[in-house]
Design a protein around this ligand. Structure first.
Ligand SMILES: [Zn+2]
Length: 72
């Protein structure tokens, strides 16, 4: 999936955008096109299902984020 992290050079806003081919995303905050593509591990950050270290007890099967009512 062509999903990348971008950092706007105009306002410093960081966001994710789908980039198809040579398409140029724009900053959702200021509309700028001066963007720096981040070579991040963003993909592994959002889909952390059984990743490294499953010893933590903060993971919730309901939301996987630890912020729903069943997490407490
Ligand atoms: Zn911006």
């Amino acid at each position: 999936m062509p999903l990348h992290d971008f950092l706007c050079r105009g306002c410093g806003h960081a966001f994710e955008a789908l980039v198809m081919g040579a398409e140029q995303p724009v900053c959702p905050q200021c509309g700028g096109t001066e963007l720096t593509r981040q070579m991040s591990t963003f993909a592994s950050r959002t889909s952390t299902k059984g990743g490294s270290g499953s010893s933590g007890g903060s993971k919730c099967s309901g939301c996987a984020g630890g912020s729903c009512s069943t997490c407490h």
